[in-house]
Design a protein around this ligand. Structure first.
Ligand code: FES
Length: 98
């Protein structure tokens, strides 16, 4: 039986309503937000595979970068931020803020 309970989360400090059980990417698309991250070249990126394989949907969730939002469910009050990859540097240990 479908669950239509609404839950709130924030996207770049704006409140978004989602339906419990939706992934972050699903909730964002339903609310009209297609940009999940901005590449180092400045292009806006959205969902590509939608099944957790390509990492194209990576965002900052609760302060943690590189979360695959197409397979991560929305949780009440979670904080989601567009990942601007110009702000990050790659190291052996992972991706860190400049
Ligand atoms: S869109 Fe490919 S991992 Fe999420």
């Amino acid at each position: 039986m479908p669950n239509n309970k609404s839950i709130e989360f924030t996207l770049d400090n704006k409140t978004i309503l989602a339906t419990e059980g939706q992934t972050i990417a699903e909730a964002m698309m339903a609310a009209g937000h297609k940009t999940l991250r901005i590449s180092k070249e400045g292009t806006h990126q959205g969902v590509f595979c939608g099944i957790g394989v390509c990492f194209g949907c990576r965002m900052i969730v609760n302060g943690i970068p590189n979360i695959r939002t197409c397979v991560t469910p929305v949780t009440y009050g979670c904080s989601v931020q567009t990942q601007n990859e110009a702000d990050f540097v790659n190291t052996k240990e992972g991706i860190h803020e400049n």
